[in-house]
Design a protein around this ligand. Structure first.
Ligand code: M6R
Length: 535
């Protein structure tokens, strides 16, 4: 994952790009670089995080430029491998996120033509290919280049020969255009643009964008101009700042009550005893639903797993859950399934692939996402926004709880449509849901206790999470978070399963976190905890 930004406008580009890179640092930061044109192309690259780039960069002037923060895939972490990557005469600069599958074949072709490579990256071929095709027309050179590329890419390019133009191209890697007044931007993620504009256009696969100071033109891969919708992002630039927290993950954990409140606003009415969504979703839900397929990756998949329990308890509709990466290739074709994809970003490749497969099969599709205008919202028949605010922490926290809330609301809505929930039960549930943000806030007030517990387990090398029922997928998510953030080996188990093998891994040094809530299997959970203590 790399971060990309481009700026073309009236301001000095250097601070805009450096600020954008700072906001994209969460995408990876083993090295970074910037390229600015002021008659001549000026480039500076640095190994390390963005602050090292900022500390070492000379002051470049110029109102057009590009920047990149790298997380190495092809080639070591070196200044040469950092982006921008250049052509031999150092007149063309490109930044790239993605992987070019046919890069060896293209590299051989370019080497035979005399091109000499400086870096070990797959991205450098893009600069040389543009150079090869660049006779008079920058746009034509990019179009010819992307027709040769196979794989995933978000590319942003500038050229000294066309010093007023940025060209961006995308295939399977997100790129968003920010529309300003007398200035336009392009970036891999919205937070990098928010300081300058909240009007955005999402590029689709195969499209290229010609970004001038005062205009933005989108073309398809054949070079034909396209009209695209401009979306208004409701996020504020302050949403993308740490607001006094030491890091974004902690900020986002504490944003859960607010995110949950936002998710409920306008969707539940205790007085009317209703759950309601916008008309497109309402129409989808009015159709008879025989079976539901929930698909996602990672944390979003665990939200789906919880969703399965919720749907099945409330509606009696059979629910199948699938990892999107498996569904794409192995799921039986079931056109009568109602497919709900869950993806915070709306850009996860496997989830997009699964959604496309479901649509091709003839299924009705709904996506639950946090990002308006993301690719998933444009594939599915309808979309439901979690309204959690931007997720910058990478480790999903507030977006996970918001996803579960959305699944719960959908389950309640379908149950109410099918009358598998009584009006009174719905009423009481809605009252409880209204209390949810406050209750989450109460848990967050226990920071000191949580810190002490975390400290006690921080030196463990292995850890178990256990739960039953709806708390089983929660245990899986807990284990995922421990692995991802603490680099401690962690496993989530259904509590009743420990005796079927995993007990072998338990030692007195293994912390076991049991999620024991007052539900119908609370006693069984206590028995499981007793078994663990006995061992
Ligand atoms: O954007 P998505 O929800 O589609 O992302 C899917 C996973 O990559 C994501 O949930 C990941 O597992 C979490 N960020 C981990 O904390």
């Amino acid at each position: 994952m790399c971060g990309i930004i481009g700026y073309n406008g009236y301001r000095n580009a250097q601070p805009v790009i450096l600020d954008g890179l700072k906001r994209l640092e969460y995408r990876g930061y083993d090295s970074a670089g910037i390229g600015i044109i002021n008659k001549k192309l000026q480039v500076h690259k640095q190994v390390g995080d963005i602050s090292r780039l900022i500390d070492s960069i000379p002051s470049f002037t110029g109102t057009i430029g590009i920047g990149h923060t790298r997380w190495a895939t092809h080639g070591k972490v070196t200044e040469t491998n950092a982006h921008p990557q250049l052509n031999t005469s150092k007149t063309i600069a490109i930044v790239h996120n993605g992987i070019i599958d046919n890069f060896l074949e293209l590299k051989n072709h370019l080497q035979q033509k005399g091109y000499v490579f400086q870096s070990q990256t797959d991205s450098e071929i893009i600069a040389h290919l543009i150079d090869e095709h660049y006779h008079k027309d920058f746009q034509d050179a990019i179009l010819k280049t992307i027709r040769q590329l196979r794989g995933s890419y978000a590319i942003v390019a500038i050229s000294q020969k066309d010093p007023d133009t940025i060209i961006a191209a995308r295939n399977e890697s997100p790129l968003v255009i920010g529309i300003g007044d007398n200035e336009n931007l392009v970036a891999s993620d919205i937070p990098a643009l928010l300081k300058y504009t909240n009007r955005v256009i999402y590029l689709d696969d195969g499209e290229i964008c010609i970004l001038k100071k005062k205009s933005v033109t989108i073309l398809d891969s054949a070079g034909t101009q396209k009209q695209k919708e401009t979306h208004l992002v409701t996020w504020d630039v302050r949403d993308a700042e740490k607001a006094g927290y030491p890091h974004f993950m902690l900020k986002e954990i504490h944003e859960q009550p607010h995110a949950l409140t936002q998710g409920l606003v306008g969707r539940i009415s205790e007085i009317n005893r209703t759950v309601s969504f916008h008309e497109k979703i309402e129409r989808l839900l009015r159709k008879p639903i025989q079976k539901i397929h929930l698909i996602a990756c990672g944390t979003s998949f665990y939200a789906c797993y919880i969703g399965k329990y919720l749907f099945e308890q409330l509606t009696n509709i059979p629910v199948q859950i699938d990892l999107a990466s498996e569904y794409r290739y192995f799921s039986p074709k079931q056109p009568d399934a109602f497919v709900i994809a869950v993806t915070q970003s709306g850009e996860t490749l496997d989830t997009l692939g699964a959604l496309r497969t479901a649509k091709k099969t003839g299924c009705q599709t709904l996506v639950i996402t946090n990002v308006i205008g993301s690719t998933a919202t444009r594939i599915a028949n309808a979309y439901l926004l979690t309204q959690s605010g931007p997720e910058i922490g990478v480790a999903a926290t507030k977006t996970f709880t918001s996803q579960i809330l959305m699944l719960y609301l959908l389950a309640l809505k379908i149950a109410s449509n099918q009358q598998t929930i009584s009006s009174d039960d719905l009423y009481h549930t809605l009252i409880e849901l209204r209390e949810l943000p406050r209750e989450v806030r109460q848990i967050l007030h226990q920071t000191e206790e949580i810190k002490t517990l975390a400290h006690n387990i921080s030196n463990s090398t292995s850890l178990f999470y256990i739960g039953r029922g709806i708390n089983y997928p929660l245990a899986l998510e807990g284990a995922l978070k421990i692995k991802e953030i603490s680099y401690i080996h962690a496993e989530g188990f259904a509590a009743g399963e420990l005796k079927h093998g995993p007990f072998a891994l338990l030692s007195p040094e293994t912390p076991v976190i049991a999620i024991a809530t007052h539900d119908k299997i609370f006693d069984k959970m206590l028995a499981n905890i007793g078994e663990i203590k006995a061992r």
